[in-house]
Design a protein around this ligand. Structure first.
Ligand SMILES: [Mg+2]
Length: 414
């Protein structure tokens, strides 16, 4: 079996409402690149990467000169071919490698009649539990509905998501408003869901002293962990010395060098594995093995997936013995998907691991065309800008918070 072609298509999929975060906002949509790798026997493997446009599509086209004619089973060699660690000083292709690894595993699973999790050691669970992943939101630019700004709105929204999806873990994405305001919102969630577990993530924009202040204030709640309260391993280490809540990261331990540093002088308790950031599902399995050895916790990180990447997260979650926390997903914020029968459904706070060979998802060509046209119509959006505050430049540590009393409507083109 040989790789014959590689194609990439940029899509824009609408969200229920714009999601606010510490560095800006998802402006009511996700832009993703859908990757197809085709073999000489007619199999098509699927991959996915964040962002898109002409430059992303050109990067995947350029990979044809490396990969056409090669055996898709030689995935470890592909790592050195396109993402050699020393050559990557000049041209980091970790995320490109990840999308191609997803597609090659998908091809192999189809060729061998095995779900990807079986290739990775076999499933330990049939469904992966997820957290509710709550964001402050602007109203949907099309309907005006869906604003989440106040503690009451947040609690109501969490109840609605729990009714719909069955979540028993709630993650609050903060870093938008002053930490004192977000602390009140977090406490309101803890009070509203006394039997559920909680986690908070301000995307690393606090000072270490602010991180310590907030961390100490939430001791005693049912915290899974406090995620990236501060940027940098030393800030995390200083926070960890002063706070009796486990710390997690998807920011400062995202490769094996950093994982080694964290094992030798621990600054973070729980490593959030992202199938894109780490360069593929197999790299995440390997990293989870290191974490198992050093007794560090692991969970599954979300970088804003559609159904293809969600499938990679499900197969990863299925095979990790030390997955002791619910995974994160932005998935329930989507208003559509590019896979047949999608979006996948949550049952009792979890999503079933696909049973079919490969990743177990099939591209819906009609949806692919529709969402590609939406991308062509709307173009990209500045992820690191807030549509309500043109020119706003957040600092690290930040003190330029949004105003929680500002309820003006926000004009977001759609
Ligand atoms: Mg995070």
């Amino acid at each position: 079996m040989q790789i014959r072609d590689i194609r990439a298509t940029t899509v824009t999929v609408p969200l229920e409402a714009p999601l606010r975060h510490a560095n800006g906002c998802h402006w009511g949509r996700f832009v993703r690149t859908i990757v197809e790798v085709e073999t000489d026997n007619g199999l098509i493997g699927l991959g996915e990467m964040g962002g898109g446009g002409d430059s992303a599509e050109a990067v995947f086209r350029a990979m044809k000169s490396y990969l056409v004619g090669r055996d898709p089973a030689r995935i470890e060699e592909m790592r050195f071919l396109i993402a050699n660690p020393t050559a990557s000083l000049y041209n980091n292709r970790t995320q490109v490698l990840a999308a191609l690894e997803f597609a090659c595993l998908d091809i192999l699973g189809q060729a061998w009649g095995a779900p990807v999790c079986d290739i990775l050691g076999g499933r330990l669970r049939d469904a992966v539990p997820f957290a509710s992943y709550l964001f402050f939101r602007y109203p949907d630019p099309r309907t005006g509905a869906g604003e989440v700004r106040t503690a009451n709105q947040m609690v109501e929204y969490a109840h609605a998501l729990k009714r719909r999806c069955g979540f028993r873990t709630h993650k609050l994405k903060g870093g938008v408003f002053h930490p004192d305001y977000e602390l009140e919102v977090y406490r309101a969630l803890a009070e509203a869901f006394p039997g559920d577990s909680l986690r908070f993530d301000p995307n690393a924009v606090w000072s270490t002293e602010q991180a310590i202040r907030f961390g100490q204030a939430i001791e005693g709640l049912r915290n899974d962990y406090l995620e990236d309260p501060v940027f940098g391993l030393n800030g995390m280490r200083r926070t960890r010395q002063m706070v009796r809540v486990p710390l997690a990261t998807n920011t400062v331990v995202v490769n094996f060098e950093q994982l080694a540093a964290n094992a030798l002088d621990t600054a973070v308790d729980v490593i959030l594995l992202d199938t894109t950031f780490w360069g593929g599902i197999r790299a995440c399995v390997k990293a989870a093995g290191v974490c198992e050895t050093f007794q560090l916790g692991v969970a599954v990180h979300s970088s804003g997936e559609l159904g293809i990447q969600l499938a990679t997260m499900l197969h990863l979650g299925a095979v990790l013995p030390n997955l002791s926390f619910a995974a994160d997903a932005h998935y329930h914020h989507l208003a559509g998907d590019v896979i047949e029968g999608g979006p996948m459904r949550y049952e009792d706070g979890a999503i079933r691991v696909p049973d079919k060979p490969g990743l177990g998802v099939t591209l819906d060509r009609e949806k692919l065309r529709e969402y590609h046209e939406l991308y062509l119509r709307l173009g990209g959006y500045p992820y690191d800008q807030d549509p309500a505050r043109p020119g706003w430049t957040p600092l690290v540590p930040n003190d330029r918070w949004a105003d929680p009393h500002d309820a003006r409507p926000v004009a977001i083109p759609f």
